[in-house]
Design a protein around this ligand. Structure first.
Ligand code: N7H
Length: 483
């Protein structure tokens, strides 16, 4: 077996070890003067990019500060950089070798929109589409003021070589909602465990390499140059993903999606539908997500929330779906069951583990204001995920799982009943032409029962308002081929 040594000093930070972020500035740029951009990037910016090793050290330092009971944690600033297909073509010439087909197609292309049932670009944030986007800088930190200071320093150092096409801040939610996304659910719980990242420094990747319930995945699924998953056996190593050019090594593809969340509308819908079904609204919302607000999974807490379980990282991800084969505890269509069916999809685990992503998003926008019964302020999730094949990972999850009402297939009603159509992912699933969606069995048949119910969702509560695909090069590539 190959000795796995990850070049953590050469891999950008956010890919494997999320950058520490309470605030994140997304700076989408166009390169207007290629020669001076290369020169300024090489001399002033590349040295400031946070690699995975540094991100791990920062994580460790924060853990220590927390253990010591320090209230004011240290301020760590992070910087990462990615390029679109247009950015790469500009920097190294349009004759460059082509990467992942989805990356080369781009997120705003009509074929991508059609493939993913995305809303048309005419409904996206206007400014995002106001010019060509060549790259994105991700600037992270604990405080708004620090991130603002470092953003303006960066822009000053790059001078007139670039133009900012669009920028937006993400920020974690305040107080007790910290770590929760805008619908109110704890996020950032379940991530793939990365083989070879044996850091005792990271909250997610503990000293034995993983947390209970966390499957180990070969790093080539997320970073180029390493073995990927084996098609037949989820534990054995498979071939490394193909690289169009050797300098892709230690790089990764990043998917960015600005997902607006209609929070008051979602809350009202859940309230009304729960009343119609005769159930607790919190239970209905939890069955749509697959976890309670606290993070407690339906599989382990099917009837009521269990905050102690939700907050316990050694227990809150330790479950499978296979032994809940009649969706008694968690509907087949629940968000987390759709996007990662664990041991319960027909192709088996070897197949499922080839469609994993590392998520690294952050909420954006203000809290719901008192009296805001219809969304008045744009808020949601700056969704970010990393992978080596956008087609086989992010796009597959969105298209073949979330948007596919027949997934998971092959299910029948208990007692020899008919075939089950699980329905769309109620959180992120998108029907063609923005059509209505349904999910099967919102009302639990647990611990007993045999009531057939469906939940119809005429509208989306999550709307795509901007998207782009990037390549996050290695630090070496940033110092050489790209500058
Ligand atoms: Fe999802 N939500 O609040 O409902 N997500 N997600 N997601 N998501 C997860 O396990 C949410 C989105 C995945 O390993 C949790 O960390 C919202 C997209 C995957 O068990 C919650 C939005 C895609 C997982 C949410 C959104 C995914 C996951 C549970 C958009 C990919 C891990 C917390 C606004 C196409 C599944 C956790 C696993 C978990 C929510 C977007 C994928 C609460 C609100 C676009 C793979």
């Amino acid at each position: 077996m190959t000795q796995l040594v990850l070049d953590l000093h050469d891999i950008q930070g956010d890919i494997l070890v999320p950058l520490q972020k309470d605030v994140e500035n997304f700076l989408f740029i166009k390169i207007v003067d290629k020669i001076s951009f290369k020169d300024l990037l090489k001399n002033y910016a590349v040295g400031k990019i946070t690699n995975a090793q540094r991100a791990q050290q920062q994580e460790l330092a924060i853990e220590r500060q927390k253990e010591l009971g320090q209230r004011e944690l240290g301020e760590f600033v992070g910087l990462n950089l990615g390029f679109t297909k247009d950015g790469l073509s500009l920097l190294i010439g349009s004759q460059r070798l082509k990467f992942d087909p989805a990356f080369e197609r781009s997120a705003a292309h009509y074929q991508t929109i059609e493939l993913l049932n995305d809303p048309p670009c005419s409904t996206w944030v206007k400014k995002f589409l106001s010019d060509r986007i060549d790259g994105v800088f991700l600037l992270t930190g604990r405080h708004r003021s620090t991130v603002a200071f470092h953003s303006s320093e960066l822009l000053r150092s790059l001078g007139g070589s670039i133009k900012v096409v669009y920028s937006e801040l993400g920020n974690t939610r305040p107080g007790a909602e910290r770590g929760h996304e805008h619908f109110g659910f704890l996020d950032g719980i379940s991530q793939p465990g990365i083989r070879g990242l044996m850091a005792s420094s990271n909250r997610i990747y503990k000293s034995d390499g993983r947390l209970p319930g966390q499957d180990l995945i070969w790093p080539g699924e997320f970073v180029f140059g390493y073995p990927g998953q084996n098609r037949k056996d989820p534990h054995k190593e498979g071939p490394p993903p193909e690289m169009a050019a050797p300098w892709m090594r230690n790089g990764s593809h990043m998917v960015f999606r600005r997902l607006e969340q209609k929070v008051p509308e979602f809350r009202r819908f859940v309230r009304e539908q729960a009343a119609r079904l005769g159930m607790d609204p919190e239970l209905l919302a939890a069955r749509m997500v697959g976890r309670w607000r606290s993070g407690a999974p339906m599989e382990l807490a099917p009837q009521r929330d269990d905050p102690a379980l939700g907050g316990n990282e050694r227990r809150n991800n330790d479950f499978e779906f296979g032994d809940d084969s009649d969706q008694c505890k968690c509907p087949y269509a629940a968000h987390i069951r759709k996007v990662y069916p664990r041991d319960d999809a027909r192709g088996g685990e070897a197949e499922v583990q080839r469609h994993r992503i590392i998520r690294s998003g952050i909420p954006f926008g203000p809290e719901v204001a008192p009296g805001e019964t219809t969304t008045r302020h744009s808020r949601g999730l700056m969704f970010v995920c990393y992978q080596t094949s956008i087609e086989r990972q992010f796009e597959f999850i969105q298209r073949s799982y979330a948007n596919n009402p027949n997934f998971v297939d092959g299910k029948v009603r208990p007692g020899g009943g008919g075939r089950v159509t699980p329905g769309f992912d109620p959180i992120i699933g998108q029907a063609p032409g923005n059509g209505a969606r349904e999910i099967d069995e919102p009302y639990p048949n647990y611990p007993t029962g045999n009531r057939r119910t469906t939940l119809e969702m005429p509208k989306q509560f999550v709307e795509l308002t901007a998207a782009a695909y990037f390549f996050m090069p290695s630090i070496t590539a940033l110092r050489t081929v790209l500058t």
